[in-house]
Write a protein that binds this ligand. Sequence first.
Ligand code: GLY
Length: 353
Amino acid sequence: MYTLKVKLPSKNYEIYIKKGLLDYIGIKLKDICSSNKIAIITDKNVNAIYGDKLSMYLNKQGFITKTIVVKPGENSKSLENAEKIYNDLLDFKIKRSDMIIAFGGGVVGDLAGFVSSTFLRGIPFIQIPTTLLAQVDSSVGGKVAVNLPRGKNLVGSFYHPNAVFIDTDFLKTLNKRYLYDGMSEVIKYGCINNKNLFYDLLQYKLESDLFDNLDKIVFTCCSIKKDIVERDEKDLGERMILNFGHTIGHGIEKYYNYSYYTHGEAVAIGMYNITKKSEEVGITQKGTSQEIKTILHKYNLPYKMPNLEKSKLIQPIMIDKKNNNKYFNIVLLKQIGEAFIHKIDLKEINKFI
Ligand code: GLY
């Protein structure tokens, strides 16, 4: 088993990574959970495949559980849904010493984390991410949020879980499109911080090579994220590097109303296109965008900028919560494995997007 310890001023917690970890979850939680009551927040798809199994492992260890099921998809990350869950938790008589489990992908993790951070001023929670994207990104680092009609993740906080349990066997039942969706974030880690990861991924011949190495790959990605989050928990500086490809990616997702490209696909397009531009202006080593294109193609990810109205793409980028009115931070590569934050004047945005 791979283990990582996240050390923050307010909290330390462990990330465990292992194939088949779900089978030990009840025993593991005995050490972490001081009470015997656990609310599991999950979605319909995850619940249908793994819900009974998780409850059984917890009940076997004496935990009393209640499963709260939400609809799969981004629309579930709403204040309205959070209120429904608060009522379910009240019915279950959850107290501050009890525990919530976020059992699902990024939507469930963000929503359950948000509910945990606010209900009774904070309930301990555990992340059990079931998608690759959630395993390498959203379950680690404490960002929890819901959406408002005017934008994604506009209400939330930094609220860290008490532990993260990553079982890569969940990925066996993950729809292939969503496996590659998560691979986009994995490739991102290679681009920004770890060229060995990038070139290993390029080298794998078969999908089975990828599956054989998943624990190690997820560990590498979580280690990179953990180190960055420890240095910049509140996303004021270095953590922005995790957003490589995301400026254009978020713009594309929004342009298509979150219904055409997955997050990972939009980020893939973002990573390639911003690197192509930064190569053209001489910031990035020549040939880097071609390498990104090759790896994206290998993992069934798009790279071509869709034919869209550029002004409509740029508009949501300008109102991103990380920008002020004059300057704009974009994440660029010097070369594969080395990213940096580049501050540009808003007038220069056309050079990069
Ligand atoms: N997903 C980027 C971050 O956690 O900062």
